[in-house]
Ligand binder design. Structure first.
Ligand SMILES: [Zn+2]
Length: 236
């Protein structure tokens, strides 16, 4: 994998690393500080974002091809508070479970809350959604992009970790395209299988219809399987 070193590497520092036991096994947790910034850093919209990203690493990944990788963006509401409005927590846990099952892989946890618009804007959008707008229209009414995430830090982190190519766990073809454009060798895209609940079904349907995600229609339970991938079907 080739990431232009002059453009990216000087912007990435590894700040700390230690093993962390989790419900899914022991991961090496590396904290990276990303100095590359984003378009939101100096604006109110940036509240709730952080330049300190995390890699959870299991097994030896340096110099390996076909490493199972999840590039996951922070979602405080579901991951900390158990919000049922989205499937982020389920996808995060499914990724950890899959990496642990394989015995090696990398979870990159990017601190770009609310698809990159920040926590306050995300909750503003929820307020509009409570009046019937979908996630895309709510963002637009607030003058915000549908998806403000970027993956420069993720590409630099994978380069730093010496990963040669990845099996990307995602339902979002645009994420695979964005990483490829940054020089990450994406061997294949592996669906992330999670359940649906009555609160998350409208959001998942919007992601399918308006954001190009590879999901079944009509809020049906997701049954896409690949490579013996197993995940819980309970939607929390
Ligand atoms: Zn979420």
């Amino acid at each position: 994998m080739h990431v232009p070193p002059a453009e990216i590497r000087p912007r990435l520092e590894i700040a700390a690393q230690a093993p962390v036991p989790t419900r899914f096994g022991i991961f090496q947790m590396a904290v990276f500080h990303w100095g590359g910034g984003s378009q939101w850093d100096d604006q109110d919209a940036g509240y709730g974002l952080s330049p300190d990203h995390v890699a959870l690493i299991m097994g030896e990944v340096r110099g390996r091809s076909g490493v199972t990788v999840r590039v996951h963006s922070e979602c405080l509401t579901s991951e900390v508070f158990g919000s049922l409005k989205c499937d982020c927590r389920d996808q995060l846990e499914a990724a950890q479970e899959e990496i642990a099952r394989k015995g090696h892989g990398v979870l990159l946890y990017l601190r770009q809350e609310g698809r990159g618009i920040g926590l306050a804007n995300k909750i503003r959008a929820y307020q509009l959604q409570s009046r019937g707008l979908d996630t895309v229209d709510a963002n637009r009414l607030l003058g915000l992009p549908d998806d403000a995430r970027d993956y420069d830090a993720a590409a630099a982190m994978l380069d730093h970790l010496g990963v040669l190519s990845i099996r990307l766990m995602t339902n979002n073809p645009r994420k695979a395209q964005a990483l490829s454009a940054l020089g990450v060798a994406v061997d294949c895209q592996v669906p992330v299988v999670v359940g649906v609940n009555p609160h998350s079904a409208p959001y998942l349907e919007t992601k399918r219809l308006r954001m190009g995600h590879s999901l079944p229609s009509g809020g049906e339970p997701l049954v896409v399987l690949a490579d013996n991938f197993q995940a819980g079907t309970d939607a929390e």
